[in-house]
Design a protein around this ligand. Structure first.
Ligand code: ARG
Length: 461
């Protein structure tokens, strides 16, 4: 016989098929300790409102301690007949404290305000864990940048050679978005730090309970202004899912590059043995599985976000059972990142860069053509003309199958009188790189300053 929380008006228990459908203990059990913390706080406000004697409060808190110990050591688990973590724990409490005392705790609260609160507590804790793990990735990127302060590489737009840049500049370009993701996780905490406990089913409690006292005991900054909002809204869950999806997408963009860089054609990097895999049939293979799984899991994280948003769309106020579907997306996003991030950090930290090859390719594909145009501008030539003349030099070099620096002073003079032999002096990779010396540019000095700022920001986060 199923034990349900709503016996009174029902003549019969739920059909087995409904009970199976209803059950959420497979995924909400991870909230058990938050639920017990909520019960402790709730017992205290009940007692302060005169609804639990001092003795009952003591007995209740002892029973909750015993229950928590049994949850932690695994001797108390959800039974097949339990619908959710809340009903399972209420059963556990009654077993320990007896039905008379155990049955008093439910006054003035509802699973609707409980679950909304437990979810926020979980997200606050895991936002911190994930932020720490993302910062490990950032640190690995910053250390790789610091280890290669002068190495050039081909900078690309449209995946085509565009202008030479420093490898450190490129690596830091992946670090900044991840630091913004960490800021997003921190910002989000201000909105997660508001407790719905005390909202009851939707309308608040009539029993003189103090929601702010519960909030404070559970580490929240405040309790909600509106009990309907408290029980019905999940925008903060969606925001968490967005930030986790954004982290996945940011990691996926670097993954895509790592996968390309590890190919024979690029040969920019070698992956450490510990962070690559082999093939069961092709003995020579060394595969970038960490990067590929990251790219794949980014899709899954986007799915978690869109699934959750789809659940919320058009839900009328206040609580609807649809909201039970809020948990698996954010739990999956959490598990996914907590599994992925340490492997990703290891992969980045152990990457070996083939800087000679990267430097060799950096200026190729006419990547210094912009330097010719900008040299002409410094000689007083309008950029429109300068662009044209540099383009003619590219066309000439391309027709001969040579690079821009292979053209002679006479070749340049033949294109335009503006192109004196001195133009050939800007046709070096490091000259090009160091000329972009304003804040945010790829010059060595600018990147050194950027690296320092990245380190400062990293230690402040
Ligand atoms: N397990 C539910 C959830 O996760 C909370 C219980 C609310 N159920 C209800 N019938 N009001 O959303």
């Amino acid at each position: 016989e199923r034990v349900s929380l709503w016996g009174g008006r029902f003549a019969a228990g739920p059909a087995d098929a409904l009970a199976q459908l209803s059950k959420s203990t497979d995924f909400d059990w991870r909230l058990a300790r938050y639920d017990i913390a909520g019960s402790r706080a709730h017992a205290r406000v009940l007692s302060r409102a005169g609804l639990l004697s001092d003795e009952d409060l003591r007995g209740m808190l002892e029973a909750l301690d015993t229950l928590e110990a049994r949850v932690v050591d695994g001797t108390f688990t959800a039974a097949d007949s339990d619908e959710d973590v809340h009903s399972a724990l209420e059963r556990g409490l009654m077993e320990i404290a007896g039905p008379e005392l155990g049955g008093r705790l439910r006054a003035g609260r509802s699973r609707n305000d409980q679950i909304a609160t437990m979810g926020r507590m979980y997200l606050r804790d895991h936002a911190r864990v994930i932020a720490g793990l993302v910062l490990d990735v950032v640190e690995a990127l910053v250390e790789q940048a610091a280890a290669h302060p002068e190495a050039p590489m081909p900078g690309r737009t449209h995946l085509q050679h565009a202008q030479p840049v420093l490898l450190a500049h490129h690596l830091l370009a992946h670090a900044w978005p991840l630091m913004r993701d960490v800021e997003r996780l921190r910002d989000l905490d201000a909105r997660l730090a508001v407790s719905p406990y005390g909202s009851g089913a939707l309308a608040g409690s009539s029993l003189g309970l103090d929601p702010q006292a519960v909030a404070a005991e559970l580490g929240f900054a405040d309790s909600v202004e509106n009990s309907i909002d408290g029980t019905a809204s999940r925008d903060v869950f969606a925001e968490y899912a967005f930030v986790t999806a954004m982290i996945g997408v940011d990691l996926s963009r670097l993954s895509e590059e790592i996968i390309a860089w590890a190919t024979k054609e690029f040969s920019f990097i070698t992956l450490d043995d510990a962070f690559s895999t082999g093939s069961s049939i092709m003995p020579q293979k060394k595969n970038p599985d960490v990067a590929e799984l990251t790219r794949g899991k980014a899709g899954r994280l986007i799915g978690d976000l869109t699934g959750l948003l789809s659940t919320l769309k058009a839900l009328p106020l206040a609580y609807n059972r649809d909201l039970q579907e809020d948990k698996e997306p954010v739990f999956d996003a959490t598990d996914t990142l907590e599994l992925l991030l340490p492997a990703f950090t290891g992969m980045v930290a152990t990457l070996v860069f083939h800087t000679d090859r990267m430097e060799h390719l950096a200026p190729r594909g006419f990547a210094l053509a912009t330097d010719i145009a900008e040299w002409l501008v410094r000689q007083g030539v309008p950029f429109r003309v300068a662009h044209e003349l540099s383009g003619e030099a590219v066309a000439l070099a391309e027709s001969r199958g040579v690079e821009l620096w292979d053209l002679t002073g006479a070749d340049y003079a033949g294109i335009s009188a503006h192109l004196t032999p001195e133009v050939r002096e800007v046709l070096t990779t490091h000259g090009s790189i160091d000329s972009r010396s304003a804040k945010g540019g790829t010059a060595r000095a600018a990147v050194a300053a950027q690296l320092e700022n990245a380190r400062a920001q990293l230690s402040a986060l």
